[in-house]
Design a protein around this ligand. Structure first.
Ligand code: UD1
Ligand code: UDP
Length: 440
């Protein structure tokens, strides 16, 4: 059994690290492929040090360029490596260009693909990440989704529920494991963690490449007074703040501290001590709710709606007044602050990597990682609504009706995932039937 991990950027290194640890622990053969999309010491190497990861076996060294070229170079490089290494499964995490390139390379070579953090949808196709997620999910064989909501997104797209596993998010594993280490090892000489402060991160293309949005956000930050803001600035954002002539204003503001991106241990220390976080990051929305820190998200939509529904995250877009008012309200309204910081973490118990690996090993043992073409399907006959009045669970129903597969179930006007032990009595559900040309 051999696993190929593909990583390319800061969040992938962080979220893949608990899985790499788990594979190491179980002594499973693996290779680590870095596409080199992130390459600065503080965007890549620092995370290998902090997370005690082995050096990658391969680094494609793609660097920064246009989406098309970056994807093409990664695709070519990954294909070559997979040809010589022939892993049993390729694992990608999240929604970057590295994920799309890895997914395409594996699928075209008929190598099983496991998508970690599958099923997220912002329903905003202007985001490069949304295209990457959808392409990765089209190419995947095993879908490791963090929550029931993300599982339902996939069944709406017609994916087979038998291949979808609700595992939580490895970000929780990473936070739990590394927070203890961070508290012992990490420290800042120039930031007083006992003082009240806000942490800010900002890097989404749709925010920082857009001058008006970046101006709005900058003005909001300049007008939030009475609390210090610590801002580790992503290299994309440094470039654009300078290009639009905004960097110096922020740098001169007494209450704003611009610093270079920090390592993971330092960031966990900042985040766990901050009063609240303002961000447009995906991973930080998840880490905030894990650490019980109120989150203000500088976006108009999110593929992490669970954090908003749980009450820990508020979307403010890039409207200057809304950013300022929301931040001030959270800081001054004790009841709201308490409610946000007590939001229940939807991303699992920190055992996501164990669960994912158990599923992969089980699939390997049952020869389910081999990609085969179906030899007895003439086409989809149709999808039908059903209702039963007996006590029967999803697994029992599918055993009794081997040509039918349950796609989705409705309960109290909600679509729910067809968990195998879900009792179907008096519920409406949709089944799918394929025409079979086998003689049985
Ligand atoms: C990428 C991902 C994004 C993810 C983010 C994590 C895509 C399409 N985007 O965005 O989903 O949230 O990583 O941080 O895959 N740069 C450096 N040094 C580096 C890396 C980048 O200076 O080590 C600068 C370059 O000027 C580059 C710019 O940052 O052009 C953007 O980098 P890129 O990797 O293209 O996108 P990110 O914004 O980092
Ligand atoms: N992070 C970090 N140092 C920083 C900023 C962020 O270690 O200065 C970590 C953070 O803890 C989270 C991840 O980087 O795990 C998020 O990455 P990013 O926001 O770049 O990408 P996204 O999650 O939006 O794809």
């Amino acid at each position: 059994m051999k696993i190929a991990f593909i990583i390319g950027t800061r969040p992938e290194i962080i979220k893949m690290s608990p899985l790499i640890d788990e594979v190491d622990k179980r002594d499973i053969d693996y290779i680590l492929i870095h596409t080199g999309q992130h390459y600065d010491q503080e965007m890549s190497d620092q995370f290998f040090l902090d997370l005690e990861l082995p050096q990658p076996d391969y680094n494609i060294g793609v660097g920064s360029t246009t989406h098309g070229k970056q994807t093409a170079v990664m695709l070519e490089g990954i294909e070559k490596i997979l040809q010589s290494e022939r892993p049993d499964i390729v694992l990608v995490e999240g929604d970057t260009n590295a994920v799309m390139a890895g997914a395409l390379a594996a699928a075209k070579m008929h190598i099983s693909l496991g998508h970690v953090e599958s099923g997220l949808r912002s329903y905003d196709k202007t985001m490069p990440e949304e295209i990457n997620r959808i392409v990765a999910d089209v190419c995947s064989s095993l879908f490791f989704v963090p929550t029931e909501e993300s599982a339902v997104n996939l069944i709406f797209e017609g994916l087979n529920s038998h291949d979808i596993f609700i595992t939580g998010n490895t970000v929780v594993d990473a936070v739990i494991r590394n927070l203890k280490i961070a508290k012992k090892r990490s420290s800042f000489s120039d930031i007083d963690l006992d003082e009240k402060f806000i942490t800010l991160t900002l890097h989404r293309a749709e925010n920082v490449d857009d001058e008006q949005r970046l101006v709005n956000i900058t003005n909001a930050l300049l007008e939030i007074k009475g609390v210090n803001i610590i801002f580790p600035v992503h290299p994309r954002t440094v470039k654009n703040l300078q290009k639009f002539g905004l960097y110096d204003n922020l740098d001169k503001a007494e209450h704003i501290k611009l610093i270079k991106p920090v390592g993971y241990l330092d960031f966990l220390l900042l985040l766990s001590n901050t009063q609240l976080v303002i961000t447009d990051s995906g991973g930080i929305q998840e880490e905030a709710i894990t650490l019980k820190i109120p989150c203000v998200t500088l976006r108009y939509n999110t593929e992490r709606p669970e954090t908003v529904h749980a009450g820990g995250n508020i979307l403010v877009g890039t409207n200057k007044n809304l950013i300022i008012d929301t931040v001030n309200r959270i800081i001054s309204d004790e009841e709201l602050y308490l409610k946000m910081s007590q939001a229940i973490n939807p991303y699992g118990d920190g055992k996501t990597s164990e669960k994912i690996l158990d599923i992969i090993l089980n699939a390997y043992k049952q020869d389910d990682l081999t990609i085969k073409s179906p030899d007895n399907i003439e086409g989809l006959e149709g999808r039908y609504l059903q209702r039963i009045e007996d006590d029967l669970d999803v697994r029992g129903y599918e055993r009794e009706n081997p040509h039918l597969r349950i796609i989705m179930v409705f309960e109290d006007n909600r679509t729910i995932f067809p968990h195998e032990h879900l009792n179907l009595k008096n519920k409406m559900f949709v089944v799918e039937k394929f025409n079979s040309n086998s003689i049985d």
